[in-house]
Design a protein. Structure first.
Length: 348
């Protein structure tokens, strides 16, 4: 299908489409009973991500329900370090757990040569989703491939689990910058290859999730967030010309404008704390903004949902904009609230 017929691609090309396209981070997830059924069938979360029939099914589930303007590959940002050879397990109530990577030997053991084979099932999922969207009548729905941005992926690789402040990661970056740079370099190059493979398999848009970008000082933000994302964008412009790139530097705050200018991304995602008026004034008008409804406003529904949604739409009218959440949808979200949100956005 030609690019101009897909609302998301039109916006990422710099067009102010109204009403704006809508999709939601973590739109395939535990709030959907059909997802919970597939999740139980898969058993292990890594198995779900690497079984193409199941991963394709859960990717398409929210599209069938809500006809979102984008399907995003169902996977996880830690599939890449897993593919590089680092151990990974998902524990109930605890999240991802990895053997902490704290020395040169651990980083040297990472093997980029094994990535392509390890992620082959993910590429099959991308291909199946692209075919499935057409087969099920969603020809105007764009397919987003994604990866974690290098700093956020490194956070889990070094810390070994989730954290509020990732003290071990930040400590390594300060105490042994050469060692940490080696890790970031390895992840950056692997990410470029991984995203290029997704495009070859059928992804039409790419997104980089930098969930923990906001824990850094401005100087570290420039080194650990802006520099690797810039490298990825430059490389993908050569390897995948014409493919738009969205970045989500969560909690970037006052660094948001500099991030966009330095990286050259086509769109930037904003977390729920971002003042949309400030973002609109800071980010050049040719760059699409994406966001930024508080996921808990979606949980609340009713007047809160209507008021927050209207405020966002009011500020964003007239510029390239993608409606989304400020972070991922949470499991307790009522399905009818998601349906109501789509109605509000499509009414403009």
């Amino acid at each position: 299908m030609h690019l101009v017929t897909k609302p998301l691609l039109r916006v990422l090309g710099g067009e102010a489409v109204w009403p704006p396209p809508i999709w939601l981070m973590r739109q395939a997830g535990r709030y959907l009973p059909e997802y919970r059924a597939i999740r139980a069938q898969a058993g292990d979360f890594i198995a779900l991500c690497t079984t193409p029939a199941l991963a394709c099914e859960v990717t398409l589930q929210p599209i069938r329900r809500f006809r979102f303007d984008a399907a995003i590959l169902f996977s996880d940002i830690l599939i890449l370090p897993w593919a590089l050879g680092q151990g990974l397990a998902y524990k109930e109530g605890e999240g991802p757990v990895m053997p902490p990577l704290r020395d040169a030997a651990g980083i040297a053991a990472l093997d980029p040569g094994r990535v392509a084979a390890a992620v082959a099932p993910v590429m099959e999922t991308v291909s199946r989703v692209r075919t499935g969207l057409l087969a099920e009548g969603f020809a105007a729905t764009a397919l987003i491939g994604f990866a974690g941005a290098p700093f956020t992926v490194a956070c889990y690789m070094v810390e070994g689990h989730g954290s509020r402040d990732f003290a071990a990661v930040r400590g390594m970056a300060y105490a042994d910058p050469a060692l940490f740079a080696r890790l970031i370099d390895t992840v950056t190059e692997a990410t470029i290859a991984y995203l290029a493979m997704q495009v070859a398999a059928g992804a039409e848009v790419l997104m980089l999730f930098d969930t923990w970008a906001g824990i850094l000082s401005p100087s570290q933000f420039r080194t650990q967030v802006i520099e690797p994302v810039s490298r990825i964008v430059r490389a993908l412009r050569v390897r995948c010309p014409g493919i738009p790139i969205i970045a989500f530097p969560r909690l970037a705050g006052l660094m948001l404008g500099e991030f966009v200018r330095a990286t050259g991304v086509d769109a930037v995602g904003m977390d729920a704390s971002t003042d949309m008026t400030v973002a609109a004034a800071t980010v050049q008008p040719s760059v699409a903004l994406q966001g930024n409804l508080d996921p808990l406003a979606l949980v609340a529904g009713g007047k809160a949902l209507e008021t927050e949604t209207a405020a966002i739409l009011s500020v964003m009218r007239g510029r390239p904009f993608v409606f989304n959440l400020g972070h991922g949808i949470v499991p307790q979200t009522p399905i009818d609230h998601v349906a109501r949100l789509t109605e509000l956005v499509r009414a403009g």
